[in-house]
Design a binder for this molecule. Structure first.
Ligand SMILES: NC(=O)c1ccc[n+]([C@@H]2O[C@H](COP(=O)([O-])OP(=O)(O)OC[C@H]3O[C@@H](n4cnc5c(N)ncnc54)[C@H](OP(=O)(O)O)[C@@H]3O)[C@@H](O)[C@H]2O)c1
Length: 276
């Protein structure tokens, strides 16, 4: 197997980041800019992207360009893939664009679910599909897919979101296997609660994030620093933050799983009895 432990980030020239107009994506942009890596930023808000491009290119003396695109529309994504093929080399691809909904499956419109599935799944597959052959030609590259700890913990009101994030984890593990003999690193970073605009936009615009204990939040700086630092370890699934790791491990533990199963059995029995 190829030793992937070379100084990746120092050798990288260009990075493509989706969801770079705020939050975690913007932080990846800042931390890569500080390493003198040229950036191509993707998101919908043109004014934000313009401002970020100007700020980062002036501050770090690098090339920062943007494509304003709705990545939940597959025809727009296909056009972007064509544009990206003209860029050379592409060393880093960060799939970060995303959003969540609040409410059980049927209380959210199918159109919204469909947009999420396109954004979290189809777009990521399309971008990887375009870029991986280029990375294979270069025999180097980094792909980071931003998933979530929500993928490990089933909850009510997040069915499609959690399932799309679980897809990203399995997809990352599988493409990592396919790329095992190359110098291409694949990571699925799984953040927990992170301070961004995520809990303020769309369905979350009236959400009171103060109900989530302060200690559970992580900063974007810590999430992204962990993600970049862990590239050296060549580990596919990365959960930033000890509390998040313990939370996932606790949930997956045998005792908790047995308890959950017994609770589900009791609930099923109760509802069957009420039908009879
Ligand atoms: N914050 C958390 O607690 C948390 C936890 C676990 C995982 N995550 C994941 O982290 C990723 C980044 O989220 P964040 O926390 O940084 O939230 P954020 O601040 O709301 O950023 C979301 C980014 O995605 C972009 N985006 C959303 N819909 C898009 C679309 N249709 N087309 C193109 N770009 C789109 C937004 O840009 P425009 O609005 O300009 O298009 C923005 O740049 C998401 O995938 C999310 O699932 C977040």
């Amino acid at each position: 197997m190829t030793d992937k432990n070379f100084s990746f980030l120092q050798n990288c020239k260009n990075a493509i980041i989706t969801g770079a107009s705020s939050g975690i994506g913007l932080e990846y942009a800042k931390q890569l800019a500080a390493r003198k890596i040229n950036l191509i930023l993707l998101a919908r808000r043109k004014d934000r992207l313009e401002e970020i491009c100007q700020e980062l290119s002036n501050h770090y003396d690098i090339s920062v360009t943007y494509i304003s695109v709705d990545l939940s529309k597959i025809d727009e994504v296909q056009k972007v893939c064509q544009e990206i093929l003209k860029i050379s080399p592409v060393d880093i691809l960060i799939n970060c664009a995303g959003f969540a909904t609040l409410g059980e499956l049927s209380s959210v419109s199918f159109e919204t679910h469909s947009q999420m599935i396109t954004l979290h799944i189809n777009t990521v597959v399309a971008l990887c599909h375009s870029i991986i052959p280029k990375m294979q030609e270069q025999n180097r590259g980094i792909i980071i897919n931003v998933a979530s700890i929500g993928a490990f913990i089933p909850t009510r009101g997040n069915s499609v979101y959690s399932a799309t994030k679980a897809f990203l984890i399995t997809f990352s593990e599988n493409i990592n296997l396919e790329l095992e003999r190359t110098n291409i690193i694949v990571q699925a970073i799984c953040p927990g609660f992170t301070k961004t605009e995520f809990h303020q936009v769309g369905h979350f615009s009236n959400f009171d994030s103060s109900i989530i204990p302060r200690k559970l939040w992580m900063s974007v700086t810590d999430v992204v620093s962990t993600s970049l630092a862990k590239l050296k370890k060549n580990k596919v699934i990365v959960i930033p933050g000890l509390k998040n790791r313990l939370f996932v491990r606790f949930y997956q533990s045998f005792i908790i799983q047995t308890f959950i199963k017994s609770q589900r059995k009791k609930a099923l029995k109760k509802s069957l009895n009420s039908i009879r």
